[in-house]
Design a protein around this ligand. Structure first.
Ligand SMILES: Cc1cc2nc3c(=O)[nH]c(=O)nc-3n(C[C@H](O)[C@H](O)[C@H](O)COP(=O)(O)OP(=O)(O)OC[C@H]3O[C@@H](n4cnc5c(N)ncnc54)[C@H](O)[C@@H]3O)c2cc1C
Length: 427
């Protein structure tokens, strides 16, 4: 598919280099082309729109229409189903490029893409008997067709305000089995794309009458946004990531047919145990924000940022040291993150899991550190709302809060899992 992009190159009048140079990071031509497609769309189209979505806290629906035309809504759908067939690493690198230009688009795109990544390549790695796999194949084809043909948008409302999204207990949203499907009741908070997704990919617990809720019985259901009993409530006026429109979703006796399952019974629980990198996919957005903070600083100090006087500040040693510190931090983040998204797989080793937590922590905290340094280094004029840096700062602050791998929980897990082998106690 040929990508139509405008000539509105926003930053300094030329196309940005990729965050991860395909040659240096040993990406093949197909990967490089998909990632370049995301970068071009981000730089030439999304960057100019980002301020308005942020200011008005509105969903970037125009960007989604463009991503559909560019084939990016189906980035991780297999070629056999009409998608681009990108694996985990390619998707993550493309998402970082989008995040560089519009954080809210990248973060919400992640929720959409994960619906296909988890039901696609991840599910292929998990145990299913032949009949279940056949059934899953026919069901996911329905979802994929809607995305490819109609540009359908999927979201991932998991959070409920309790311990479930952190992985501690079963989801409170309940799916009671009935003839032909389930009746779903519950509430999801921080539901990005609320009111804009066509399908909400809801995690809920299948619980028969009188049965105790168990995480093993987690279901992952694509509930149509226009199904009877679905409503969006509350307002959305946050510090950052304003374009995600993460309002509250309510489900009241919503009938969901069996073919709405994005994964067969028991497979989500298996994925959470065996494919832990599935929870690292919120980080690419923030990898992009980290790069954007660095890019802005370099352009600003060189007197190249449009809308600012062409005053160079690069000759001051303090500025040079600050940029050096930012560059070192950025390369550290890139290195650990690239390794983690490259080695993502089923049944990772303990070392790979610890590295995934460390990568998530490094990106989420590091992106905000870089935007903070950028503002301090560039100075007062750089944080005016007419420039993107203050938005990068606010958006980047949200990274550490994303469950299940918040910065705090990553520290908890690294400390515990480094010091204890599975099942080990001090008794
Ligand atoms: C911009 C944005 C978009 C979002 N989009 C989505 C979305 O699309 N779908 C979705 O499901 N969620 C989404 N979230 C929600 C996000 O993943 C978190 O669920 C939400 O930020 C949690 O807020 P809380 O105050 O309820 O957290 P709490 O559960 O109260 O936790 C507060 C903090 O306590 C710590 N904590 C929590 N549990 C434990 C524990 N068991 N042990 C130790 N420490 C713990 C964590 O560090 C956490 O940050 C979004 C959040 C933001 C900010």
């Amino acid at each position: 598919m040929t990508l139509q992009v405008s000539n509105n190159v926003t930053a300094i009048g030329k196309m940005d280099a990729p965050i991860f140079d395909p040659h240096a990071f040993r990406l093949n031509d197909e990967q490089a082309a998909i990632i370049a497609r995301a970068r071009e769309l981000g730089q030439t189209v999304f960057a100019a729109r980002a301020a308005a979505y942020d200011r008005d806290a509105t969903f970037p629906i125009e960007n989604y229409r463009d991503m559909h035309r560019a084939g990016l809504l189906g980035i991780s759908i297999s070629k056999k189903h009409g998608g681009l067939g990108a694996g985990y690493q390619t998707y993550a690198l493309a998402a970082a490029e989008i995040g560089r230009y519009c954080g809210a688009t990248a973060l919400t795109w992640n929720m959409h893409v994960c619906s296909t990544l988890w039901s696609g390549p991840l599910a292929d790695d998990l145990d299913m008997d032949a009949a279940t796999r056949d059934l899953h194949e026919s069901r996911r084809a329905i979802h994929y067709r809607r995305i490819i043909d109609d540009g359908a948008i999927y979201s991932q409302p998991f959070s409920e305000g309790g311990a479930a999204a952190a992985g501690g207990v079963a989801f409170g949203t309940a799916a009671r089995p009935v003839e032909g499907g389930w009746l779903v009741n519950g509430k999801k908070i921080f539901a990005s794309l609320a009111g804009h997704a066509d399908y909400y990919g809801v995690l809920c617990t299948e619980t028969a009458e009188g049965e105790k809720a168990s995480r093993r019985n987690t279901l992952y259901l694509a509930i149509p946004s226009d199904a009877e009993g679905v409503s969006v409530v509350g307002d959305w006026d946050p510090l950052g990531m304003r374009g995600t429109v993460s309002r509250t979703l309510l489900f009241k006796d919503v009938f969901v047919p069996e073919d709405a399952a994005l994964m067969p019974r028991g497979v989500y629980f298996q994925a959470a145990m065996r494919w832990p990198h599935m929870f690292l996919t919120l980080s690419p957005t923030y990898m992009g924000l980290a790069q954007a903070a660095y890019d802005f600083t370099v352009h600003y100090l060189r007197g190249e940022v449009p809308g600012t006087p062409p005053v160079k500040r690069r000759m001051y040693p303090t500025k040079q040291i600050a940029v050096a510190q930012m560059q070192i931090k950025l390369e550290q983040i890139k290195a650990i993150w690239f390794q983690a998204v490259t080695e993502a797989c089923a049944h990772p080793s303990k070392e790979q899991v610890l590295r995934a937590y460390a990568a998530q922590y490094s990106v989420m905290e590091g992106a905000n550190e870089l935007t903070t340094l950028a503002i301090r280094t560039c100075g007062g004029q750089s944080m005016l709302r007419s420039l993107p840096l203050e938005r990068l700062y606010r958006d980047s602050r949200c990274g550490s809060l994303m469950l299940p791998w918040t910065a705090e929980l990553c520290l908890d897990r690294i400390g515990r899992e480094a010091l204890y082998e599975s099942g080990e106690t001090d008794d």
